[in-house]
Design a protein around this ligand. Structure first.
Ligand code: MBD
Ligand code: FE
Length: 288
């Protein structure tokens, strides 16, 4: 393996597409609601077309690009980078628990179970600064929840994710783990700090970014899913104070509540405490 081997957009994208297609999703959207949404989408799109007098050349380039995004397996990438944050924001407004953020394309369920206190699966010579991430999972009343599940996944110090590395040889569950809180609701995780992440940009998603003079960077981030029986699942991401791209995330997924500021602990290891407050599962629905 050479140092120039990096996951291509097509390689990591098709892995994300295959994994996503492995589940079949449905929604109970009524015909009326579908009609209202589809009409609104087209009306607003038509406003953009008329406002900017979109040309036939631009239309054909768009059509070609849409076809190529699909062929390259890049829909999970493009959608999760450019659209998911609106969906997440819109859906989380009615809840009172800890703020969430987008899931992104690189979640894999059923990562190894490591108990309440443990070290993330990593290579013997895993690069990066060691880092302790600990906290408590609570309900809205402030009571610690025993047996809550804390799933953590993140990129390595080079910015690559296991299972989306396009054959670079990262072990299957590297930097992916599931933790279960103790009797007081606490968890304690040792891992390494991820690096800022450059989304694969050698394909149509990269062309899109270049077309408007943008950059493909996300700040270094941890991905989490936290839940417990009877509680609403929180999907979130956490960032690092002062980190590069925190102020300018291509995926628009940073919120002020999601920024960590680790400090050396008594052993000189960077450590941060972050607690999660979970809403109860309710029938409260997002009203159209
Ligand atoms: C990522 O790691 C990510 O978190 C998002 C949102 C999009 C692409 C890659
Ligand atoms: Fe990510």
């Amino acid at each position: 393996m050479t140092s120039t081997a990096v996951p291509t957009a097509a390689g990591s994208g098709s892995a994300a597409t295959d994994k996503f297609k492995g589940s079949r999703f449905t929604s109970d959207t009524s015909t009326e609601r579908a009609a209202a949404i589809y009409k609104d989408v087209l009306t607003k799109l038509s406003e953009v077309i008329f406002e900017h007098e979109v040309t036939y050349d631009e239309y054909r380039v768009l059509k070609q690009w849409l076809i190529e995004v699909g062929e390259g397996g890049e829909w999970p990438l493009w959608l999760d980078v450019f659209l998911e944050h609106f969906i997440e924001d819109s859906n989380s407004r009615i809840f009172n628990g800890t703020k969430g953020s987008i899931e992104g394309p690189y979640y894999v369920p059923n990562a190894p179970e490591l108990g309440a206190k443990g070290v993330m699966p990593m290579r013997e010579d895993e690069k990066g600064t060691q880092f302790v991430f600990k906290g408590q999972v609570r309900d809205l009343d402030g009571t610690g929840i025993e047996g809550a599940s804390v799933e953590l996944w993140h990129a390595d110090a080079d910015g690559y994710y296991s299972q989306f590395d396009d054959g670079m040889g990262i072990p299957e569950w590297n930097l992916r783990g599931t933790f279960t809180t103790d009797a007081e609701g606490n968890f304690h995780i040792t891992t390494v700090q991820p690096a800022p992440y450059q989304i694969p940009h050698d394909g149509p998603t990269g062309e899109f970014i270049a077309s408007y003079g943008g950059h493909p960077w996300r700040p270094a981030h941890l991905h989490l899913k936290v839940t417990a029986p009877g509680k609403r699942l929180i999907t979130t991401q956490l960032y690092f104070q002062g980190g590069k791209w925190v102020e300018d995330d291509v995926a628009g997924a940073v919120k002020p509540e999601l920024i960590l500021d680790p400090k050396p602990n008594a052993d000189g290891i960077d450590e941060v405490t972050y607690d999660f407050v979970l809403d109860p599962v309710s029938e409260k629905r997002f009203v159209a």
